[in-house]
Design a protein around this ligand. Sequence first.
Ligand code: DLL
Length: 433
Amino acid sequence: MIYNASAECMDRSTLESLQLERLQQTVKRVYENVPLYRERFDASGIRPGDMKSLEDLADLPFTVKDDLRQTYPFGMFAVPMRDVARIHASSGTTGRPIVVGYTAEDINTWAEAIARTLAAGGTTAGDIVHNAYGYGLFTGGLGLHYGAERLGATVVPISGGQTKRQVQLLQDFGSNVICCTPSYALYIGEVAAEAGLDLEKLPLRVGFFGAEPWTETMRKAIEERLQIDALDIYGLSEVIGPGVSYDCLSKCGLHVNEDFFIPEIIDPLTGTPLPPGEKGELVFTTITKEAFPVIRYRTRDITSLTYEKCSCGRTFARMQRVSGRTDDMLIIRGVNIFPSQIESVLMEMEETEPHYLLVVDRQEKSLDTLEVWVEVSAEIFSDEMRKLGALQKKVQQELEGILGISVGVKLVEPKTIARSEGKARRIIDRREL
Ligand code: DLL
């Protein structure tokens, strides 16, 4: 279902003129209202009137996370505080949080972006939406909430945590739609199974999962366990929150809300823009945001773009699912490794559970080691040692074949690895200690 066909299916030339007009307005607005942008533009000799075509965007300087830290808390806001209707923040792992602001109109835009997302998975006004993304400063909870309301659906604002209660209410309320991180979806599935719930009998139909990287194999695992369609939803606080891009039921890439955000792919090392189809770092320029516009913001997420029309009829550019981040790429003995590569191997194996942890360490002679901890199913774990030993070898061989380095594998009992109610933490890097 298409929520707003006049936007989502706009022909490319109309869309591009709209983008250019909005880009020109945004560049003018940030030049006039945000000192950091004015200084940057002046230093590169750029005048707000220089944006004559969309190609000129590539002349603008990048914005990076550290710029937002340096201007903490409100230095990047482009409107007076009295016009800021809401603030969100993303905690990140180190340093000051990134603080973002919204005008009432920005919240409107965001609700529209999410309404499009939910509708693309078939959600309608008659549905009950179980929203287990965290409410609060994190953008997941309130972001999905406003979008579901915009669509006219019934929202259950349960937030994360108290998983048994989540399962109970999913059943009692007969929710049709679930929203949470993919790792939490698996955990909910696990708790539901333990409670003896037959998920096939629930009216649950579709889920919108994001806020952390996941793989196609994880999609299949969730779809099987919860008996639903598992759709990807992408976004980041700096750009607006969830709803920057979204899967449709053809599941062949996420449609970027291009009338609000212009995506680019760049080479993360040189900053050079890359052509469609090539993998690199995703960069966004917001073209409608009022309180917190960003110009060429480097997301650190790795993906590629295609401009081919989707079979669903939407004309927006599609991004492949995010395959990793430039900053969570592990470099082990000089080899680049992405957690998603490991996840796909583990998910393909029947004997292992979709719960894992990567432990990176440094040996005395400064040799880095990677140990993969993975849960095995209860039946396997109670099997004889010999069988466990064989399984461990098998997992190790598969991983080494894909990664090209030696890895340690530790099979652990079911439920040993901590479950997350929000974003999963899957890497322990002891090298920094
Ligand atoms: O995670 C917004 C969000 C909430 C998205 C709910 C989807 C659903 P941040 O906390 O600012 O915002 O984290 C943004 O999370 O740069 C990606 O690295 C990662 N991320 C978000 N969605 C996906 C996804 C929210 N679908 C950062 N696939 C981003 C892979 C994702 N990574």
